[in-house]
Design a protein around this ligand. Structure first.
Ligand SMILES: Cc1cc2nc3c(=O)[nH]c(=O)nc-3n(C[C@H](O)[C@H](O)[C@H](O)COP(=O)(O)OP(=O)(O)OC[C@H]3O[C@@H](n4cnc5c(N)ncnc54)[C@H](O)[C@@H]3O)c2cc1C
Length: 479
């Protein structure tokens, strides 16, 4: 009898909990399900699906070295997964399916349905904690609830990690060849157009590339992370999110790399390392929120009373934001970065999200969806968390009366306009002052091919403040 590892968002052989468990238990086959219908309903970006497919090809090579064949099956929607996997288990005489746990509502329902279907066939289904450092439900308040505030979550997380640091697992030994052929990996899936070669080149695939990126970041940029992380023109952040989301890299590998560089210290030593570890914990926090408050999986506001915000319907303004035609250079440069690379710098994600939800007063769900449709690192937990933070509808959200001014943010975080000049060459000739607000340019330097600001910042700020001010306050103790 064989073991089956069902790969999902854990596309690696190193430090992979389910793979190690399966290989210890017996001869192993691997499977990946192509689910384009489900991916479409989740708004997964074509560049993300392309990244997965390219990583699957790398994974297949890694598995070959372990003599583990990788099969590809089609389950259009996850509701088809139980039947497809049941068929495969019968065909290949599988006694046990092992997976690494995923935390969204649909993922949880899918796994429950698969486990039930397999149980009826006498096939065991085992789910492992792998995607996170800390098991959701293990970091709770004194009264047993999930934390709603990051700083409190972080404090308890640090204590827990210092007591019991999860270690990285060794690469399994190759098994004896099974004589089963691997399937070929498709290079494209209908409905998900391959992104440009230039975009693909930015995101080399496979574990070796991911580990090289991690090591390069830790060696060259980690120490300065606290000072550089908000400057979009600098290579100050790791750009590892896509690898973490696809599971080409594990959070344990990231944490250990940072700790190695910081003499094992979590909260002391290099400020850069401490700040970066903190970001890894934001990733944990939002995944725990997804489990503790399943309404966020259904795109409901975390703070229920904010469902009453009078969001504006303005398809024209939404399109201008999406296409980088707002007339605010930092916003437009950021949106062009997203469209061209599948990624956007974290500071800019906050700035553009706040502009959409506050200055344009457009529903955060529109921005959340657009981001998912274009991000190579699109992740329900982090994306929803980031959007609800920016819209002041989320757990630990920015207070509704604190709005970023996109021009001030631009002056502060891209002072010489390097980032803007890169993405908006039509503004490259402007000086360091005017580049942030070209509408201030007199006729002498007129910028003809760049739009005027689409809103008045002061008036739109007042509109947002009054929209939020008029919400009835939540009952004490409620969010
Ligand atoms: C509106 C909005 C939407 C976002 N959508 C996503 C998303 O879909 N997928 C995603 O992975 N991140 C998302 N983020 C979080 C963050 O912007 C990205 O994780 C980060 O920019 C990725 O770049 P990096 O790998 O260089 O990060 P680094 O600064 O090097 O951080 C290291 C890792 O920590 C994690 N991380 C960092 N910041 C956050 C954060 N605020 N929340 C959760 N995890 C974090 C990521 O896994 C990241 O790779 C969003 C943030 C906002 C404000």
């Amino acid at each position: 009898m064989h073991q089956l590892i069902w790969f999902r968002t854990d596309l690696r052989v190193r430090d992979n909990t389910a793979l190690c468990a399966a290989m210890q238990a017996g001869p192993v086959l691997a499977v990946f399900l192509l689910s384009p219908g489900q991916w479409r309903s989740h708004d997964d970006a074509p560049c993300k699906i392309n990244f997965w497919l390219r990583n699957l090809a790398s994974l297949q090579k890694e598995l070959q070295a372990l003599n583990v064949p990788l099969l590809i099956r089609h389950a259009e929607h996850w509701s088809d997964a139980p039947a497809v996997l049941a068929g495969l288990c019968q065909e290949q005489k599988i006694s046990k399916v092992q997976v690494n746990q995923e935390y969204g509502l649909n993922e949880t329902r899918r796994d429950r349905a698969v486990a039930q279907r397999l149980a009826a066939l006498g096939v065991d289904f085992t789910s492992h904690m792998d995607h996170l450092l800390l098991r959701p439900g293990s970091i709770l308040t004194r009264t047993g609830g999930y934390f709603r505030v990051f700083s409190q979550f972080r404090k308890v997380s640090y204590q827990r990690l210092q007591l019991a640091l999860p270690s990285c697992l060794a690469l399994p030994e190759p098994q004896a060849p099974l004589g089963i052929e691997s399937d070929s990996i498709p290079t494209a899936v209908p409905g998900f157009a391959a992104p440009s070669v230039a975009l693909q080149a930015l995101w080399p695939t496979g574990e070796a590339a991911a580990l090289e990126r991690l090591d390069g970041f830790v060696d060259q940029h980690l120490d300065a992370y606290d000072r550089q992380r908000d400057l979009p023109a600098q290579p100050g952040t790791s750009q590892l999110s896509a690898y973490l989301v696809a599971g080409v890299l594990s959070p344990r590998q990231c944490l250990h790399a940072a700790l190695r560089n910081n003499r094992g210290e979590f909260e002391t030593g290099s400020k850069g390392a401490v700040t970066w570890i903190n970001e890894l914990l934001w990733r944990e926090f939002y995944s725990h929120i997804l489990v503790g408050f399943p309404q966020v999986s259904r795109h409901r506001a975390f703070r229920e009373h904010t469902e009453a915000v009078p969001w504006r319907q303005s398809p024209g303004e939404l399109a201008a934001w999406q296409e980088g035609r707002t007339g605010f250079p930092l916003i437009d440069a950021a949106m062009r970065q997203l469209l061209a690379t599948g990624w956007m710098h974290n500071r800019l994600r906050m700035v553009v999200a706040m502009f959409l939800t506050k200055n344009l007063l457009i529903d955060w769900r529109e921005g959340e969806r657009f981001f998912m449709q274009h991000l190579i690192d699109g992740d329900l937990a982090a994306n929803n968390g980031g959007w609800q933070w920016s819209a002041s509808t989320g757990t630990d959200a920015v207070p509704w009366f604190r709005l970023f001014n996109p021009i001030t943010q631009s002056q502060r975080f891209d002072p010489q306009g390097h980032f803007i000049r890169h993405w908006l060459p039509e503004l490259a000739h402007l000086d360091d002052r005017l580049i942030h607000a070209p509408s201030a340019v007199g006729s002498l330097f007129a910028v003809t091919d760049y739009p005027a600001p689409m809103v008045d910042l002061a008036a739109s700020r007042e509109r947002a403040l009054s929209a939020f001010k008029n919400l009835s306050a939540p009952e004490p103790g409620h969010v």
